[in-house]
Structures are given as C-alpha cells and as structure tokens.
Design a protein around this ligand. Structure first.
Ligand code: RP5
Length: 166
C-alpha cells in the first residue's frame, strides 16, 4: 500500500493557534485534500522550520498554509526557504488582536511573497479555499466540488431571512 501524497501542509507557531487554524484543516477535510497539520515555531524551533521548508518541494507539497500570531515570522521565513507558495494566516494575538500578526505577515519586502489572508478564522478558512482553488486548476473533479461549494453558499445566502424590526 503506497502512502498518500500530502498536497497541503498546515503549520502554526503554537498549539494556541489551533482555534484559528482548525478552520483551514476543516476546509481541507471537506474537500478531501491530503494534508498534514503540525506546530513549527519560527522562533522556538528555527531548525525544524528550516528543515520543513527545505523539504517541502521535494515532498510534493503544492501549498503551505502558515498561521502565526504577534511578531509572526513563520510564513515569511518559510517562504524564504521554499519555492512552494506560502499562504499566511494572521492569528489573533492577546494584546493587539492580530493587527500585529497581519502587519508582520503582509508587509513582506519585495522578492519573497506571502499570500496574506484575513485575521482569524475567516482567513484560515479562506487560505484553505485558496489552496483548493490552486489545486483545482489541474484537477477537474476538485474544481467541480469547489463550484458546488459556492452554489451551496449562494443558496444559503438567498435563503437568509431577516427578523421583524423593533
Ligand atoms: C506565536 O506566538 C504563535 O504563533 C502564537 O500565535 C503566539 C503565542 O504563542 P503561545 O505563547 O500561546 O505559545 O509564535
């Protein structure tokens, strides 16, 4: 039996990021994307982070979703060490509510891009949906599932009702 080829890696700086990052994993599960999720801290596990990034392309990863909070180096440092696209998720932080994380991730100097998403759960889910869209460009069955997902979402919005005023 051959091992499943992981397509998307989900990494985060701490177990405290899981509340946010689980929303990325939930989307990958929903779409049946082979993935892995683990803690790879930029400042507490720098050698592990370099090893993860260095091995990513050779392992066949098509995208890395990286979430971190505060002075959030993880997505940028991973991107510096791998040609695999890095999708950054700013995790809400204790003191600055994730604005620090957002600025740390989005303000990459020219030359090493990190695709940056919204702060928190929406950003995590959207990063995974973006990874699905990337993979779907070469997988027609996955594209059909993504289109069906959007149709369901549209219908759910059309079915919304408003309560009486007052
Ligand atoms: C960052 O520091 C992590 O990404 C996390 O968002 C933040 C706080 O980590 P903990 O102190 O909760 O472990 O590296």
């Amino acid at each position: 039996m051959s091992a499943v080829q992981v397509q998307v890696g989900v990494v985060m700086g701490s177990s405290s990021d899981w509340d946010t990052m689980q929303h990325a994993v939930a989307i990958l599960q929903e779409f049946g994307i082979a993935h892995e999720a683990q803690i790879v801290s930029a400042h507490r596990m720098p050698d592990d982070m370099f090893a993860y990034a260095s091995a990513a392309a050779g392992r066949g990863l098509k995208a890395i979703i990286a979430g971190a909070g505060g002075a959030a180096h993880l997505p940028g440092m991973l991107a510096a060490k791998t040609p695999v696209p890095v999708l950054g998720v700013p995790v809400p932080s204790r003191h600055l509510q994730g604005v620090d994380s957002l600025h740390s991730i989005v303000q990459m100097p020219k030359g090493i891009p990190v695709a940056t998403f919204a702060i928190g759960a929406a950003g995590a889910a959207n990063a995974a949906l973006f990874a699905v869209a990337m993979l779907a460009s070469e997988q027609p069955a996955l594209r059909a599932r993504l289109e069906a997902y959007r149709v369901r979402q549209t219908q759910a919005a059309r079915d919304m009702t408003l309560p009486p005023a007052g």
